[in-house]
Design a protein around this ligand. Structure first.
Ligand code: HSE
Length: 420
């Protein structure tokens, strides 16, 4: 356990940490000791600069063998939530609803909170924003978005006044790992998924990764910090990688492309468009070389222009490093100000835009081609057919084949940008 003294910074403002608390060790109460919890423990142990100490770890399963002495563990939430000695609650459990209960109780009890739970944050963004304001306590969640990539704090602070027009990229490590293995090593999809699970990258329910939900939760969080737009995940479209077939991979390879699962958001006047979808990427794209569990985030601003962040997007240590950075930020009283909400009064999520897609299908009777604005290429064979064309996004979402497992959709590179 750490046992390092914390000193009061000269520019310290009285707030959620009383002077009493700041003059002693920062006391941490952790919920969950899985991949991220253990990653954080390791990162904390190895870090010399951080002035913090783990007081208690609340775990669900009392029978599981643990790598630390049992005195650190408790099964009682109140040992952390009602413990006046705990300054910071680290919420690192899996279940998003249980996590919300923990986080909201901690905030109400005046404790600062750090979480890496993207679904919980995305699902409850409005309530969490209100709780932070009402109780004047910070909630930080850098580890919830692209693990080691410091995107939230950069959107909040570095890009606080730049007029951002787009934030997009690869936001999920597991699917990127699977696609890398399938493309570069000819591995089968189930084998690659198993590896991603074994390495601790995938969610407990891996369909959240594979079907694009995890990337969507991260996108929703990013929308709040990039554009000041609070959007419920159910209003954002996600299409995963589960329907990608050997035929799709063959077509991509023949054309010199890779397929990446991308999360895209763009601001056009008072409209914001947001979606998660597999995309063809060419060698010219910065995302082409983002492989395995790495993520890549591209930010476009009016003045900063095009910038790219690349880093490990999944795994205990990369996520632990983001949680550590949040703990460190709390020692100098950092909190999110959601600065972009002040610029965002008329912004709305919009489905009214056109995109270029590749649509592969086996049964031509399923597809009504008249929904396309333009068909650029058509391929027909006995087994597989495809259309490359331009379609209105709301028509794509409303099509009867969009949820068919016999169909696959891939966005063309610049397939949104060319029409936005
Ligand atoms: N399952 C997530 C991923 C973990 O693969 O990106 C990190 O958020």
């Amino acid at each position: 356990m750490q046992d390092i003294l914390i000193s009061k910074p000269s520019n310290f403002h009285e707030g959620f940490f009383s002077q009493k608390v700041m003059s002693k060790n920062l006391k941490l109460g952790i919920f969950g000791f899985g991949v991220v919890g253990q990653g954080l423990y390791h990162v904390l142990k190895e870090t010399k600069g951080i002035k913090a100490e783990i007081l208690k770890i609340c775990i669900k399963n009392p029978d599981k063998k643990r790598s630390l002495p049992m005195e650190f563990f408790t099964h009682e939430q109140k040992d952390i939530l009602d413990n006046p000695e705990v300054d910071v609650v680290l919420e690192l459990i899996d279940d998003p609803e249980a996590a919300f209960e923990i986080v909201s109780t901690a905030l109400k009890n005046g404790k600062a909170v750090v979480t890496a739970n993207k679904k919980m944050v995305a699902d409850h963004m409005t309530e969490l924003y209100a709780l932070q304001k009402e109780h004047n306590v910070p909630l930080l969640y850098e580890g919830a978005c692209c693990a080691s990539i410091p995107i939230i704090r950069n959107l909040e602070e570095y890009y606080d006044n730049d007029l951002l027009s787009a934030v997009e990229g690869i936001f999920n490590g597991s699917t990127n790992y699977i696609l890398t293995k399938v493309f570069s090593e000819n591995m089968s999809f189930p084998e690659a998924l198993k590896e991603a699970q074994d390495l601790g990258y995938a969610e407990t329910n891996p369909s959240l990764d594979v079907e694009g939900y995890d990337a969507k939760y991260k996108l929703c969080i990013i929308l709040a910090h990039a554009f000041g737009l609070f959007v419920s995940p159910e209003n954002v479209f996600n299409y995963g990688i589960q329907n990608i077939s050997d035929f799709d991979i063959k077509i991509a390879t023949e054309k010199g492309y890779k397929i990446k699962l991308v999360a895209k958001s763009r601001k056009i006047d008072d409209k914001v468009i947001a979606l998660v979808i597999p995309q063809f990427v060419t060698e010219e794209s910065e995302l082409y070389k983002v492989e395995r569990e790495f993520n890549g985030v591209i930010v476009e601003g009016a003045f900063s222009e095009h910038q790219v962040f690349i880093g490990k997007g999944a795994g205990g240590f990369p996520t632990g490093s983001a949680v550590l950075s949040d703990i460190s930020a709390l020692t100098y009283h950092y909190k999110y100000e959601y600065k972009k909400t002040r610029q965002a009064s008329n912004l709305q999520l919009s489905d009214d835009f056109d995109i270029d897609i590749y649509l592969r299908f086996n049964n031509p009777k399923l597809i009504d081609k008249s929904v396309f604005n333009v068909i650029l290429e058509e391929y027909k064979a006995l087994e597989n057919h495809y259309i490359i064309g331009n379609i209105n996004f709301s028509k794509l979402k409303g099509s009867k084949w969009i949820s068919s497992p016999e169909v696959n959709i891939i966005l063309l590179e610049n397939g949104v940008e060319n029409h936005a």
